[in-house]
Design a protein around this ligand. Structure first.
Ligand code: ZN
Ligand code: ZN
Length: 114
């Protein structure tokens, strides 16, 4: 059932055809293009690994925005190639399989502290 809703990105009213889509057609298309561009950029990157910071800077994304896409499974194909810096100790680790921005050692430490 179609519903009128506010676009989560730009606030415009749009016809919501699925409860899974919370942005208007324009923003949805823009987002899809951005995701495709990021995937292409990382895939074509000449080095074996590319740091997350480079990706964020190149596409003017915040870490939070990236994490939302990542959590939604948008970067499954490129996660092996992207590396991130552990927010705690600064170690460079692959992004693949990560649910937070910590390296394995710091994740363990954190779990032990709780
Ligand atoms: Zn919009
Ligand atoms: Zn760490």
């Amino acid at each position: 059932m179609a519903n009128v809703a506010n676009c989560k990105k730009c606030g415009v009213l749009f016809l919501q055809t699925s409860s899974k889509i919370d942005v208007c057609d324009k923003c949805f298309e823009k987002q899809n293009k951005l995701l495709a561009d990021i995937n292409t950029f990382v895939t074509m990157y000449p080095d074996e690994h590319v740091s997350l910071d480079i990706v964020l800077e190149k596409f003017n994304l915040t870490r939070d925005e990236f994490e939302v896409f990542y959590a939604a499974g948008k970067f499954v194909k490129i996660a092996q190639k992207v590396t991130m810096k552990c927010v705690k100790c600064g170690k460079i680790v692959p992004l693949a399989g990560k649910t937070n921005m910590l390296c394995n050692a710091c994740t363990k430490k954190l779990q032990n502290e709780i």
